[in-house]
Design a protein around this ligand. Structure first.
Ligand SMILES: NC(=O)c1ccc[n+]([C@@H]2O[C@H](COP(=O)([O-])OP(=O)(O)OC[C@H]3O[C@@H](n4cnc5c(N)ncnc54)[C@H](OP(=O)(O)O)[C@@H]3O)[C@@H](O)[C@H]2O)c1
Length: 259
């Protein structure tokens, strides 16, 4: 049975770079996103360049029925997922009273529901085989939820809590669950409004390739969680040693639009 690494959100940003790195290491890939043209181009290039098998799926993971169908298609084809990377996700910025409810429900379906479903379905198969690795992509906002990112930050808090709890449950089963927590990364993730915030100007964004390198290391060999970059690690620990009232001021300042 051919083994694959499945990457969601492989058409762009961190997922795209992880696909490049893993193909270069000779792993077969299942790539998932909505932009099928981009995935097909990657399929052609990566299989030609590295001699690996690449499958692609056009799936909208904000629709949980499609997520279930994705899992069933992979099973029907007889492909084995040895590693799962739940990377697809999107965010939004704005006053909670004004942001789009429809967008937020899609975000919860993508960032939480589909991530949880794929983790459950593939973890069950991996546990039966006593072997497998799952990496979920959370965020620095999992530690320091910023105002105006309310629903997005909460989805990423879910991802970290969920991944850490099941990592503990699955210890000793052969299934390893890890969590990648990037800070600000230069990708199409950021909306024009996000780019105007103090958080964006206060921190030099990391490059997607550098975050992908940390991700590949964590996926293949790591344990627990990885906050990528020393500055981000430092910021992630601030709430532990800073009074809530001061933390709230820092968070509001970071999330504000620069003057
Ligand atoms: N960039 C940052 O600063 C940052 C920081 C912390 C955490 N993260 C997290 O890192 C992960 C990757 O983000 P990125 O920065 O690489 O952003 P990106 O370049 O915008 O990539 C997002 C990926 O998710 C896919 N995607 C979006 N909606 C989807 C849907 N409904 N169904 C299936 N696929 C979908 C996109 O493909 P299609 O549009 O083709 O579907 C794309 O491949 C996300 O989980 C994000 O929350 C990013």
């Amino acid at each position: 049975m051919t083994e694959y690494i499945l990457i969601t959100g492989a058409s762009s940003g961190i997922g795209y770079e992880m696909a490049q790195l893993l193909a270069a290491k000779k792993f077969n890939l299942i790539l998932v996103a909505r932009s099928i043209d981009k995935l097909r181009k990657m399929q052609e290039e990566l299989s030609k360049k590295h001699g690996v098998e690449v499958q692609c799926f056009q799936t909208d993971l904000s629709d949980v029925k499609s997520t279930q169908e994705l899992y069933e298609s992979i099973k029907d084809n007889g492909w084995r997922v040895s590693h799962l990377v739940n990377n697809a996700g999107f965010g939004d910025y704005g006053s909670f009273l004004e942001t789009s409810l429809e967008k937020e429900l899609d975000m919860i379906n993508l960032n939480i529901s589909s991530l949880m479903m794929l983790t459950k379905l593939f973890a069950q198969d991996m546990a039966t085989r006593k072997s497998g690795r799952i990496m979920n992509v959370a965020s620095l906002l999992s530690f320091i939820p910023l105002p105006y990112y309310s629903v997005y930050a909460a989805t990423k808090t879910f991802v970290l809590a969920f991944s850490e709890t099941i990592a503990a449950e699955l210890e000793g089963t052969g299934v390893v669950v890890t969590t990648l927590c990037p800070g600000i990364v230069e990708t199409p993730f950021h909306t024009p409004d996000m780019r105007k915030t103090n958080a964006m100007s206060a921190n030099k964004p990391m490059q997607a390739i550098d975050v992908a390198e940390a991700g590949v290391k964590l996926l293949l060999h790591g344990r627990g969680k990885k906050v990528v970059g020393f500055n981000n690690w430092f910021i992630s620990n601030l709430p532990r040693v800073t009074p809530d009232s001061i933390m709230m001021k820092i968070k509001k300042n970071l999330a504000s639009v620069k003057a």
